[in-house]
Unconditional design. Structure first.
Ligand code: TGC
Ligand code: FAD
Length: 397
């Protein structure tokens, strides 16, 4: 019989092109050699080093699926393999990466004017300009359609809109130069996308205070976006998209990336738990890996990771053929986030008391994976998206 590889149990490595394997190799090497040594300190101090995105830019990893504008034009599967490599280290780093690549750059690429794309995307691809994506508000998270942030013609600046309102829990907002903000146009009540350039905002019209003391995702920076009659050029409004289709189209790519990323985090938990269980001895010098209950934990987690990767590959291939329904992305985002969190929590038990030490890394993954299950549509919300598609009945309200 063919040998079994616990690192690739269902042989997914046979499904990638040579180019995809080479890109994954570059990403994995960078993440293990340059990112991993920084993460424990970053997590303890709750700091995000923006140089990381510049370094990823130098390797051509930012906005990697975009064609032109200094971007690499790789397949969706290759971009998934990059997020998996990053999240193998930490979900917070993957968050910073996803927001830059899929949400901010992806949004500008899909809906921005040619002028915006040519001016902003090459610098964003280098990580010199950082982006964020402001959809969630203090009173409207799962239901962004009820947002209160508004845009209306600026009372004193001709050719400008005036934006007022407040966004919260926004990854990268305190350090972003480019803020993609979704607001309701007062005249129509329809949601529109606006690209706010921080250096063009008069003092007092844009504030982005950080949200401190998080108990997960501490290696990423999160904040608010507070807009007080902030002037935004009319040319910075996305011209041809209105309604929730705009933000949700960007979210399709980011949610797809999370489905891959969380499998990287789970794979790291498996590797750490396997190694620990082989070294730790209890009862007559037996490694705890000898005990059936421990083996079952490793078997369950390894099975879920292997299934999750295969599903992500399939949806990635369909995405590039234009055949991926948003519900497919809801399915893999929900399933992979949920299974990563459940398994990481169970694998944590293998470390006994040492699980409580941050040196072992497993507690950090567990805390992070709770966040991945929550943002970009909490898992129950994705269940309702699927439920609606299965039954034809809307259950949200
Ligand atoms: P609904 O009636 O379902 O749809 C309204 C309009 O949007 C269109 N649409 C989509 N278009 C493209 N892709 C999708 N996935 C789409 N889903 C919906 C739809 O066709 C319709 O278009 P039109 O032209 O007819 O107007 O809207 P609803 O208000 O009933 O939606 C309910 C629900 C639950 C589906 C939705 O609101 C939802 O998904 N809520 C979750 C909110 C969410 O995901 N927020 C994410 C914030 S960003 C974030 O978390 C970034 S974290 C990043 C990081 O750090 O990694
Ligand atoms: P709520 O909407 O208040 O939901 C609370 C609970 O109620 C959830 O379990 C939910 O599933 C449940 N619930 C709500 N409605 C229903 C219903 N109809 N039926 C059944 N259950 C329901 N947002 C951005 O726009 N940009 C970002 O960059 C960003 N980054 C983030 C980073 C972090 C660290 C975090 C924690 C969040 C981030 N978010 C971001 C916000 C994130 O998308 C929201 O937290 C998420 O969409 C959930 O919204 P909420 O927190 O308001 O929860």
């Amino acid at each position: 019989p063919a040998p079994f590889d616990w690192k690739d149990p269902l042989g997914s490595n046979d499904l990638y092109t040579e180019e995809e394997l080479a890109i994954a190799d570059t990403a994995e090497s960078y993440c293990q050699e340059r990112m991993l040594p920084r993460v424990l300190d970053a997590y303890r101090k709750e700091e995000f080093d923006r140089k990381i995105l510049e370094e990823m830019g130098e390797l051509g990893l930012l906005g990697a699926t975009i064609q032109g504008y200094g971007c690499a034009d790789v397949s969706s599967v290759a971009s998934g393999m990059i997020t998996r490599a990053v999240e193998r280290v930490d979900s917070g780093y993957r968050s910073g990466y996803s927001v830059q690549s899929a949400l901010a750059m992806g949004g500008i690429e899909e809906f921005g004017t040619e002028e915006l794309k040519e001016r902003l995307l090459p610098e964003m691809a280098k990580g010199k300009l950082l982006g964020c994506f402001g959809l969630t508000e203090p009173n409207h998270g799962s239901d962004p359609g009820s947002m209160e942030t508004t845009a209306k013609p600026h009372p004193s600046k001709k050719g400008y809109y005036s934006l007022s309102g407040s966004k919260t829990w926004i990854t990268n907002s305190p350090i972003a130069e480019i803020l993609l903000v979704w607001a309701k146009l007062e005249s129509t009540g329809r949601i529109r996308g606006f690209v706010i350039e921080r250096d063009q905002c008069p003092p007092g019209t844009l504030e982005t205070p950080p949200i401190k003391n998080k108990n997960g995702l501490r290696a990423s920076i999160t904040g608010m976006i507070q807009l007080d009659e902030c002037p935004v050029p009319e040319a910075n409004m996305f011209p041809d998209v209105e309604g929730l289709r705009g933000p949700f189209s960007c979210l399709n790519s980011a949610r797809y990336g999370i489905a891959w990323g969380t499998m990287g985090a789970l794979e790291d938990c498996i590797t750490r738990a396997r190694e620990y269980s082989l070294e730790r001895k209890q009862f007559k010098s037996n490694p705890i890996a000898k005990y059936q209950l421990v083996q079952k934990k490793l078997a369950d987690a390894t099975t879920d990771a292997a299934y999750g990767i295969l599903a992500a590959i399939q949806v990635g291939r369909l995405k590039d053929e234009g055949k991926a329904a948003p519900e497919m992305i809801s399915m893999i985002k929900r399933q992979n986030c949920d299974r990563a969190l459940v398994n990481a929590r169970i694998l944590q038990e293998i470390f006994g008391g040492n699980a409580v030490s941050d040196e072992y890394g497993i507690g950090r993954h567990v805390a992070n994976l709770f966040v991945t299950q929550t943002y970009e549509g909490q898992s129950d919300i994705h269940a309702l998206i699927l439920g609606r598609a299965i039954t034809g009945i809307q259950a949200f309200c």
